[in-house]
Design a protein around this ligand. Structure first.
Ligand SMILES: [Zn+2]
Length: 329
């Protein structure tokens, strides 16, 4: 016998169509978390994409999907699941619409970045690379270096777990801390890993023995612009290399492209063909986009008037478009 659950005034058959199955699937996601649910009246509220709030019962919803189709929308399914009237593995979290409304714009994210020291900016560039391409979302940073990062809206900090805190320290540092705090019984000549394990098992609160640190990860509010922030920092700091035929390294700013050569052919009044060549492939430019606009705005567009490749120069001094204020400061 088939199990056909249903709720409200719906017949059980309607839930099996692919269109409804899709809604049943999204209903379970954290992205469909309701603002509130009243299990007694079997009603709920869900954040809408604008300022509106969807009012949902088991039989109706004020969202466009229900108004258009007259069949259960993801909100109705979610409500039924919250009331335990319909099977579903529901995740609680931040509703997608709430998350969208709180997202930082690229301008806000770059402003926050530019408020940090260059060291911190480079650190964030490394963290972004880890998060985007190496699936490494957490970075443990000692408290004395974390002060300005704690105020950065792109990041969130929490207490690191004992094992991630201990992994930060080398054996020598671990031994120094243990000795300083007069802790007895640790295996002095063991490997770093064994020593870390001993600390984890025998020290109740590693935060009291080892220097305080924070575990940083990127905040949800930066999700939408995270890749563009990474592009911004790469264009600001990173170099790429090409090599001349004599294997001389020439560097240019990451993300920059050489000028295209355009040949214009015209026939003059005298009937002779003239060829004019425009563009210089040894001059590099950043793409014309929002990221480049922001680099220019903050004075970090290394290709502002074109970056000219110059063999024999390290690139770091020459070609950088930073204004040099020649002494007077
Ligand atoms: Zn709805």
């Amino acid at each position: 016998m088939e199990y056909n659950p249903t709720f409200g005034s719906w017949t059980s058959q309607i839930h099996s169509s692919p269109e409804q199955q899709k809604r049943i699937q999204t209903a379970q996601s954290a992205k469909t978390t309701p603002t509130s649910v009243n299990k007694e009246t079997q009603t709920g509220c869900f954040p809408g994409s604008g300022l509106e709030v969807y009012q949902t019962t088991l039989d109706s919803c004020t969202c466009a999907d229900f108004e258009y189709r007259g069949l259960p929308c993801k909100h109705i399914y979610r409500l039924a699941m919250e009331c335990e009237l319909f099977p579903g593995n529901i995740e609680q979290g931040i509703n997608k619409n709430v998350l969208d409304q709180s997202q930082l714009t690229l301008e806000e994210a770059v402003e926050a970045i530019e408020n940090l020291s260059e060291d911190d900016q480079r650190l964030i560039m490394g963290m972004l690379g880890d998060a985007l391409y190496r699936n490494k979302t957490e970075r443990i940073i000692p408290a004395e270096k974390a002060q300005s990062l704690l105020c950065c809206p792109l990041l969130e900090a929490q207490e690191p777990t004992a094992s991630s805190l201990l992994r930060r320290y080398r054996k020598k540092e671990l031994l120094q801390c243990l000795e300083a705090k007069k802790i007895a019984g640790y295996p002095k000549s063991a490997t770093a890993d064994v020593l870390r394990l001993w600390c984890e098992e025998n020290i109740e609160n590693p935060g009291d023995v080892f220097p305080k640190a924070y575990a940083f990860h990127f905040a949800d509010v930066v999700q939408k612009v995270i890749r563009k922030v990474y592009t911004y920092l790469n264009r600001k700091f990173r170099w790429e290399s090409i090599y001349t035929s004599s294997m001389e390294e020439i560097r240019y700013p990451h993300g920059a492209q050489p000028e295209e050569i355009v040949v214009i052919v015209t026939r003059g009044e005298d009937g002779k063909i003239k060829m004019v060549q425009n563009g210089d492939p040894s001059v590099y430019h950043f793409p014309e986009d929002k990221v480049t606009e922001l680099l220019t705005l903050y004075g970090h567009n290394r290709c502002l008037h074109g970056y000219r490749l110059s063999p024999g120069e390290s690139g770091e001094e020459k070609g950088d478009c930073y204004e040099s204020t020649s002494g007077s400061g």
